[in-house]
Design a protein around this ligand. Structure first.
Ligand code: FDA
Length: 505
């Protein structure tokens, strides 16, 4: 059978001391289920009836990835590639047809070179591990990527990657300077041999359409020895809505050293026990509290920030803080692969170009109060993000966006899934007049299959444009051209992979 032929092919391609049974797990292997489930964060995909992988390959080197690709292509088997497993729609480990899962978790070596201010990072490493390895060597270097330490660099960097210092330094993808990638012909390429087009495509266009990224080289960035964080929470009764109105007008215009995001969630009022809306204004400032206070007094005095609200710490401690830990915790927690959040969830994203008026916010609060476990995270853009052109990388959401909204709802039991998905889609429909349009833009790393999906097999550019322009705007055309030139066989495909352009008759 094709399966046996695949196994034979894979074993004959093994070049190293390990036997193929150490690298490949079949459905009969005792470790199969635990490896499959190891990095599934979203329980929506745990008990799915969707086909489970025929084989799981856990490569230790590029040659094992190469062997998996060559053999899967030869025997017409689909592949899925997983690094940290955080994909919002599970596309890294689910497929509509039989497939081989390449799980890169073992490829997590990181080498940081402070002298050249660069690092090589295995695609299976997490961003927490990266931050840890940088901090091991320097107190004044950091890297601009996301907040949740278990996120994998494989998916995160290839989809953009943003966090608390992106207003100063841009996305993780903006700071990638080289990559090693295995293409559909099993060739191992780097930036020089891939050429600039393919290198451009994997800096925000999603790696999964183009190959398997084996490792990234990144430029480290400078951080001061002391940074300052604060978090001020206000309910509607305490004037949260006025503060949010002001924040919408200034969040993207603040100095690029200052990141101040707003989270809107449901809370219980301490005075009467009723449910109310609470807005948290949380900040990371690249400097000391005494420098931050006058900046805030000048730009956002209404928030009433005092010295007592501020905590000074090192940059790596702020990573712990924003990762949901205490700044005094051991840095070792950044090396853990066990996610803090595991459960059912659905996420969506939007971009905002004009402040949302009070009437819009009131309707939003009403809807959030219907579902207590919902929340919106409002991330301010501006700063460095406005200086980088829309076409520099496939990530197009730059100048003109004042903030991004991430909508999240979580739940504990499967029976609530349909109800919550329906609620989320209604909220998204409600927000349409207040957010970007033509296209209604979205962030690839908050993947949303409601935006559209490819047919099984090949999908035309026109059909894929339904979702493609939302993630990539005009860069979608160049992504399709790069796909057509580098991977015309469309071997690397999924529900939202970049389509191959059809030849004109
Ligand atoms: P996963 O392994 O699921 O891969 C995601 C996609 O990339 C899949 O299509 C996969 O096939 C492909 N892929 C993965 N590795 C590849 C490789 N080596 N080569 C080619 N293709 C590859 N985002 C953000 O910008 N800032 C943040 O702070 C956060 N925080 C956050 C918290 C939590 C709890 C979650 C669940 C998610 C986030 N994210 C985020 C979103 C995150 O950036 C996004 O889900 C990334 O794609 C995750 O990358 P992983 O490698 O973990 O995912």
């Amino acid at each position: 059978s094709a399966h046996e032929m695949f196994l034979q092919c894979f074993s004959s391609h093994m070049q190293h001391s390990r036997s193929y049974s150490e690298v490949i797990l079949t459905k009969n292997s005792s470790a199969y289920s635990s490896v499959l489930q190891s990095s599934i964060r979203n329980f929506r995909f745990l008990n799915t009836s969707t086909l489970k992988p025929q084989f799981i390959i856990t490569p230790f080197n590029e040659f094992e990835i190469q062997a998996a690709i060559v053999c899967a292509k030869k025997y017409d088997m689909q592949i899925r590639v997983r690094s940290g497993g955080h994909d919002y729609e599970g596309l890294s480990f689910l497929s509509y047809q039989e497939f081989v899962l390449i799980d890169l978790a073992e490829l997590s070596s990181i080498s940081v070179d402070i002298e050249s201010e660069t690092a090589w990072i295995g695609a299976g490493a997490s961003i927490g591990e990266l931050y840890y390895r940088i901090a091991e060597k320097s107190k004044v270097h950091g890297f601009p990527a996301g907040s949740c330490p278990t996120v994998g660099v494989g998916g995160h960097f290839s989809g953009g990657g943003l966090g608390t210092i992106f207003r100063k330094y841009g996305l993780a993808a903006d700071n990638v300077i080289d990559a090693r990638i295995v293409d559909a012909n099993g060739r191992i390429l780097d930036r020089e041999s891939t050429g600039e087009d393919l290198f451009w495509a994997i800096q925000g266009g999603g790696g999964a359409s183009f190959g398997v990224v084996f490792s990234w080289k990144v430029r480290l960035v400078s951080v001061p020895p002391t940074v300052t964080v604060f978090n001020i929470e206000k309910t509607l009764q305490q004037g949260a809505s006025n503060l949010l109105h002001k924040w919408q007008n200034i969040g993207d215009k603040l100095h690029e050293d200052l990141f101040l995001h707003a989270t809107i969630a449901v809370a219980t009022s301490s005075s009467n026990g009723n449910k109310t809306i609470q807005v948290s204004f949380a900040s990371l400032f690249l400097g000391r509290a005494e420098e931050l206070l006058p900046v805030m007094q000048d730009s956002f005095p209404e928030l009433g920030l005092t010295r007592e609200n501020c905590s000074e710490m090192s940059w790596i401690q702020s990573v712990l803080y924003y990762g949901g830990f205490s700044p005094s915790d051991s840095l070792d927690v950044l090396l853990s692969r066990t996610a803090q959040f595991k459960g059912f969830f659905k996420g969506k994203s939007d971009y905002v170009k004009e402040p949302i008026p009070e009437t819009g916010l009131e309707g939003l609060y009403k809807r959030l109060l219907e579902e207590e476990t919902s929340m919106l995270i409002l991330t301010p853009y501006g700063g460095r993000m406005s200086e980088i052109s829309d076409s520099e990388t496939p990530f197009p959401h730059r100048n003109g966006n004042i903030f991004e909204i991430q909508y999240i709802i979580t739940w504990d039991v499967e029976e609530e899934t349909e109800k919550n998905l329906k609620w989320m889609r209604k909220l998204y429909a409600y927000m349409a007049p207040y957010v970007s349009n033509s296209p209604r833009a979205a962030y690839l790393n908050y993947r949303d299959l409601d935006l559209g999906r490819n047919n099984h097999g090949n999908t035309s550019f026109a059909k894929a444009s339904v979702w493609g322009f939302k993630y990539f705007k005009n860069n979608f055309k160049r992504l399709a051209r790069v796909k057509t030139a580098t991977e015309p066989s469309n071997f690397f495909r999924n529900e939202q992979s970049i389509p191959v352009l059809q030849r004109k008759r």
